[in-house]
Design a protein around this ligand. Structure first.
Ligand code: ADP
Ligand code: MG
Length: 697
């Protein structure tokens, strides 16, 4: 029998395959490109392309594709076969270095936010050699970046790579100041924990809301929800277990380090976490994971829901982005060290993150803003929409001691002098098990917990990397050339703590009192996507992102437009789906049931005139009122949806949708959900919450 180590990465053109199939010279040049971004010679590219093609064909591939991540949030691919006609009527399989390095998909249908007029529809894709090529089905997939002809990024990978480079540049400056000359690069690593729901495909197929929008737009609460907490870490049901086993195998073949799986809080909710890897690879792998999750589900008669809030009244799904910075020597810069210098360096990087999160709260909020995630943030199941950092009591006490020049209590009664003293050993704080902090330090990494389950993790990491790069830049600008490094360092760390301690919060983030306290501290609280998104273009944000070369101003403008446009489209599709379901399914179903009760009552009266029929009378009256209210709510919803056409600016359109459309959707839902509880089960036209949430056994 094949073991996991036999087939792990078998569909990946990884280092093992490169070594085995490339000549020593070609391998060395390619490694230089991968490790240091050196330019790749065309003859080397040809050799790599040829080896890739031979390997892929031997593994059953017939096509290749430049695999990229446009601003739709999902991945895109256009398949070309390797075949080239030979003079004798046969075909040979060919793939050139040019085809490997650059592609020119017709890009007119991808969102560009005005960056590219349709008459110049061509964008181009450029190979990202730092992420391995892989085979999916019968296609060799080459991870690529996607740009317009003018060089503007039309994807999420390009700015992500730029942000990693920005952080690398600034972190190296800091490390040099600490006398660290051997380090060649600093990379960020990410381990994203992915939540999802699994439901039965037959039931899914009966619900237009799930099909069109990924979430239920109607549905009365089932008698049992998540109140018993009996699902979290519970025994995995056989059908789900078979699914997970199959999913792991597919992911492992693709080199994805799928590691942990368990049931989540809500019924039918699960989580998968991989072992962390370099950010751009983690991002590619997370996109791939989401895709494979859905594909494998359909093989098992299941559907994998990645929407942030598929069901009202039970927890939604998010993604925890575990993030750290490490050198090419494998040293994690967020690990407290053992020598005074290492400690000081750790505190400086820690402070850089604190400052970054405080200075760019808005960018981090924007990075996770979608119509779907607006249902979670601040809803007592996910972090609030307010950013804060959890450090744990011990580390907070250390910072407090530094800020106030007081002895760090307990262990050692002396004042802490950075660069001279060793930090007291502090334990990883275990009090954060409640998971209410949006941004928590967990021993040697930060865990950013506001991401939605369907978000590309690229967005959050672009902003995080860029913001931390900016803190490090300011530190390096200040420290380079000072005479007394230790004193300057100490003062700077002190100043950071003083200026940014408002962002530290170790308490319960779900507590209403915290939101008030956060307001007093001046932290921003953007509840919805239209609230936060326009701040992407605030001068301080544009200046920072442009100065680090992460985005151009034009790119930011286009992204702001696209994100708001996506928000509007998502909600409008939901509104139209609700109208359709209400008018053509829910109201007719209630009518039919009412008519049936009326018939029964008449029959009863004819049969025995002394029967009261009070029950039937009351029910008919109540359901008829529901029908009238549902019809009125539907008409109102239709009317406001029609008014969207009058708007010409995307910001005012998004505001209108938030203020006028979403509340009316809520009103319609409330009426219909109430009627559902009074309508005989056999009349209800779609599977109920109970069936959806407890239907997979
Ligand atoms: P939990 O959050 O459930 O307690 P862990 O903290 O063990 O679980 O890990 C969650 C995720 O964090 C995993 O994907 C893991 O690989 C990742 N992780 C662990 N260490 C690091 C690190 N230094 N940098 C980035 N991610 C990390
Ligand atoms: Mg976690």
């Amino acid at each position: 029998m094949q073991t996991v180590s036999d087939y792990f990465g078998s569909m990946v053109f990884d280092d093992r395959v490169m070594r085995a199939t490339l000549s020593a010279d070609v391998y060395r040049s390619l490694k230089r490109t991968i490790d240091r971004g050196a330019q790749l010679d065309i003859s080397v590219a040809n050799a790599v392309a040829n080896a890739m093609k031979d390997w892929a064909v031997a593994h059953g591939a017939t096509h290749y594709t430049h695999w990229f991540q446009p601003l739709t949030g999902i991945t895109a691919e256009k398949h070309d076969s390797f075949i080239t006609p030979a003079p004798d009527g046969s075909v040979i399989m060919e793939f050139s270095g040019k085809e490997l390095i650059k592609g020119e998909p017709d890009a007119s249908s991808f969102p560009s936010g005005g960056l590219r007029a349709t008459f110049e529809a061509r964008g181009y894709t450029a190979w990202d050699p730092t992420s391995y090529a892989f085979i999916k089905g019968k296609t060799l997939c080459i991870p690529t970046a996607f740009c317009s002809y003018g060089g503007e990024a039309l994807d999420k990978k390009t700015p992500l790579l730029r942000s990693m480079e920005a952080l690398n540049r600034q972190a190296l400056r800091i490390l040099r100041l600490f006398g660290n000359t051997g380090v060649k690069c600093v990379r960020t690593s990410v381990g994203p924990e992915q939540e999802y729901f699994l439901i039965d495909k037959e039931m899914y197929d009966k619900r237009k809301d799930l099909i069109y929008t990924g979430r239920t737009l109607f549905g009365a609460k089932s008698p049992k929800g998540q109140e018993l907490d009996d699902h979290y870490f519970g025994v995995i049901k056989p059908r789900v277990e078979a699914y997970m086993a199959d999913l792991n195998e597919e992911l492992w073949k693709l080199g994805v380090l799928a590691k942990t799986e368990h049931n989540e809080v809500a019924p039918a909710q699960h989580e998968l976490a991989p072992i962390y890897s370099t950010t751009n690879i983690a991002t590619d792998h997370n996109q791939l994971t989401m895709e494979i999750m859905q594909k494998v589900a359909s093989r098992h008669g299941l559907v994998c829901l990645l929407h942030e809030k598929p069901f009202a009244g039970v927890n939604g799904s998010g993604k925890h982005n575990n993030w750290s910075m490490a050198t090419d020597k494998g040293v994690n810069l967020l690990t407290p060290g053992e020598t005074p210098y290492e400690n000081a360096q750790f505190l400086l990087f820690l402070c850089a993150v604190l400052k970054a999160v405080d200075d760019y709260q808005d960018l981090l909020r924007i990075a996770v803003a979608t119509a779907g995630n607006d249902h979670r943030l601040g809803a007592n199941e996910a972090p609030p929409a307010v950013l804060s950092v959890f450090l744990g009591d011990e580390l907070t006490a250390v910072l407090d001691a530094i800020e106030n020049d007081k002895p760090y209590s307990g262990k050692k009664k002396t004042q802490l002098k950075l660069g001279v003293d060793v930090l007291p050993l502090f334990q990883k704080d275990t009090t954060d098990r409640n998971r209410t902090s949006p941004f928590a330090f967990t021993g040697n990494k930060f865990e950013f917990r506001m991401l939605g389950s369907s978000n590309s993790i690229a967005c959050a990491n672009i902003m995080l990397n860029a913001a931390v790069a900016e803190s490090l830049k300011q530190y390096a600008d200040r420290l380079e050339g000072v005479e007394d490094f230790n004193t300057a360092l100490h003062l700077m760390i002190k100043k950071t703590i003083k200026d940014h301690k408002r962002i530290i919060f170790n308490g319960n983030g779900y507590d209403e009192a915290w939101i008030k306290e956060a307001e007093r501290r001046g932290l921003s609280n953007y509840r919805t996507t239209p609230d936060c998104m326009p701040h992407l273009l605030d001068k301080k944000n544009v200046d920072m992102l442009v100065s680090h070369g992460v985005y151009s101003e034009t790119e930011l403008r286009s992204r702001c437009d696209i994100m708001l446009d996506n928000y509007c489209k998502a909600v409008l599709i939901e509104a139209e789906t609700m109208v359709d379901m209400a008018e053509r399914q829910m109201i007719p179903a209630i009518e039919k049931y009412v008519s049936e009760i009326c018939k029964t009552a008449i029959l009863k009266k004819n049969f025995a005139p002394d029967i009261s029929c009070d029950y039937e009378h009351g029910l008919v009256k109540s359901l008829s009122q529901s029908i009238e209210r549902a019809a009125a709510c539907t008409a109102e919803l239709k009317e406001v949806v029609a008014r969207v056409r009058d708007f010409c600016g995307i910001i005012s359109e998004a505001d209108f949708i938030r203020d006028e459309i979403l509340p009316r959707m809520g009103a319609l839902r409330a009426v219909v959900d109430e009627a559902e509880t009074k309508t005989a089960a056999e009349y209800w036209p779609v599977p109920t919450y109970g069936e959806l949430l407890f239907g997979v056994r």
